[in-house]
Design a protein around this ligand. Structure first.
Ligand SMILES: Cc1cc2nc3c(=O)[nH]c(=O)nc-3n(C[C@H](O)[C@H](O)[C@H](O)COP(=O)(O)OP(=O)(O)OC[C@H]3O[C@@H](n4cnc5c(N)ncnc54)[C@H](O)[C@@H]3O)c2cc1C
Length: 478
């Protein structure tokens, strides 16, 4: 590397794409760019990436490297030290990056800016991951919104519209660091055991794949999204969440494309519903920004006194998809096999964990963090707190999803459940979601032996629901 003119270092983070990348776009205008990625895997990071996310990141970095014609430089360690070293050893005049709105990053970024500024290096950061800057959307009295609808309708939709997407930089002249960078496999993102092979068949990773998926969704599945998004066997949801998390596509690239499509085809209701889901993503980041303790602390402090149970066996049964409730087990096995779970089923398994098993929502949050390819600090913690009732604008405590009724309503033909619970595949629909009610001869024909081929229910729905309601009622009297 070592050139005589000043170069701009561009630091990729959760923005692994070339198009609509404001930081990269500006960096490219300055001339030569040193594109880098740093894996910060030190024990001081409180939210070390989960295994499924590491698999995704490995693939995403390799795809990004291809788009950069092999010029992506990767490093492992402390970002502050690495940025300083690279800036000092090379003719770096400026360091640009896109903001990551997670509390740890925001704090770290301030420190880095201060250190680099002292060395006379220009630092600039840009918003590339959110439609609206969370610091700018406030109520009239200056406080932040705690309820989704006013946040979205009065805050976001009344503010200036989101930035329109930028193209790829016209000219991108990248530099390879021949001295310090390490190989992709040195990042050790993949475990020794190749459990992740099942993920390989489910996902195409990278910017191109994300754009292709968005376009297919818009062409084939936006129509009917509002209703269809509730049914896990249908393909009415976009499955864009991991691409959004890693920034292979920006929310802006989705926001405007959806509107364009919907206007041409008159899909206003589906569009409004889909855009509001992007709004929930914004709301999650917004809550995390204003309440950085969200992943670890109850948003409503009265929940600190909640009498959670501590039962490892129940937790293990839930994690393994062995609860005896087929729709719950199907969801947990979908998660394990694919790194993803349909939103409706996330709500069902979440409610089952915190209400029927009375286990702390953080157990669920941690397991999702480990297994989801779209694991996202903001959306995961906000959603788990929503389920538990401890969050902002949370589900009311008396809303306990009934896994039998949910299965019968949203997977009435059992396609989804049978896909993940093959041992119940021959059970008639009538008993699929409550195999314990099936007569002996029906079980026999379906080759189901409860307690052997498929578990008995691990808790009674009625008793566990009553116990949860009583615990929640007591809390609301506090
Ligand atoms: C317990 C629980 C945990 C969750 N953990 C995560 C997580 O770690 N990461 C994550 O991205 N989402 C999480 N979600 C939200 C939601 O389930 C996923 O975003 C959604 O299922 C992704 O599928 P999709 O891309 O097909 O969604 P679509 O229906 O196609 O929605 C489009 C996009 O909108 C956003 N979105 C949709 N629903 C929500 C929501 N409820 N909250 C926030 N954003 C939303 C996502 O970015 C999604 O990609 C969680 C939900 C629950 C109930």
């Amino acid at each position: 590397m070592r050139s005589s003119h000043k170069i701009t270092l561009f630091w990729f983070r959760e923005d692994l794409r070339l198009s609509d990348n404001p930081g990269l776009f500006e960096a490219a205008k300055n001339g030569s760019v040193l594109p880098i990625y740093i894996l910060e895997d030190t024990p001081s990071i409180s939210f070390k990436m989960g295994s499924a996310s590491r698999w995704w990141l490995d693939h995403s970095l390799r795809m990004l490297n291809k788009s950069l014609e092999g010029k992506l430089n990767v490093y492992k360690g402390c970002s502050k030290e690495i940025l300083l070293k690279l800036s000092q050893e090379n003719q770096v005049g400026a360091v640009y990056w896109n903001t990551s709105y997670t509390p740890w990053h925001l704090e770290n970024d301030d420190e880095i800016k201060a250190v680099l500024a002292k060395k006379g290096i220009e630092c600039k950061s840009f918003n590339a991951s959110l439609l609206w800057d969370p610091s700018k959307i406030l109520k009239k009295d200056g406080s932040y919104y705690k309820v989704f609808t006013p946040f979205y309708r009065n805050g976001c939709l009344q503010a200036s519209p989101p930035r329109t997407p930028l193209p790829k930089p016209d000219r991108l002249s990248c530099i390879k660091d021949e001295y310090n960078q390490i190989g992709f496999s040195d990042l050790n993102l993949l475990p020794d055991k190749n459990w992740y092979l099942s993920l390989e068949s489910c996902w195409e990773v990278g910017e191109k794949a994300a754009q292709k998926k968005r376009d297919i969704f818009l062409d084939q599945h936006l129509k009917g999204y509002k209703e269809g998004r509730n049914y896990p066997s249908l393909s009415h949801t976009s499955r864009l969440s991991p691409h959004l998390h890693f920034g292979e596509i920006s929310p802006n690239q989705i926001w405007y494309a959806v509107q364009e499509k919907a206007i041409i085809h008159g899909l206003d209701n589906d569009m409004d519903c889909f855009l509001s889901e992007l709004g929930w993503r914004e709301f999650s980041y917004y809550l995390l920004y204003h309440f950085p303790e969200l992943p670890r602390q109850n948003f409503q402090s009265k929940f600190n006194a909640f009498p959670w149970e501590d039962n490892v066996l129940l937790l293990k049964a839930w994690q393994k998809g062995q609860t005896g409730y087929p729709i719950v087990d199907a969801g947990m096995r979908e998660l394990w096999q694919t790194g993803y779970m349909h939103n409706r089923v996330r709500m069902i398994v979440g409610s089952f964990l915190v209400k029927n098993l009375l286990l702390n929502w953080q157990y669920g949050e941690n397991w999702f963090w480990e297994c989801l390819v779209d694991a996202d600090l903001a959306s995961n913690s906000a959603s788990w707190q929503w389920i538990a009732g401890s969050g902002a604008d949370a589900a009311p405590y008396f809303r306990v999803f009934n896994p039998v009724l949910q299965g019968e309503k949203f997977d009435s033909q059992g396609e989804y459940t049978r896909r993940y619970i093959p041992e119940l595949s021959q059970l008639p629909n009538q008993y699929l979601f409550k195999p314990w009610e099936a007569p002996e001869d029906v079980l026999k024909v379906a080759k189901v032996v409860l307690g052997q081929t498929y578990p008995h229910p691990i808790v009674s729905l009625r008793k566990s629901r009553e116990r949860a309601l009583e615990s929640y009622r007591r809390l609301s009297r506090v």
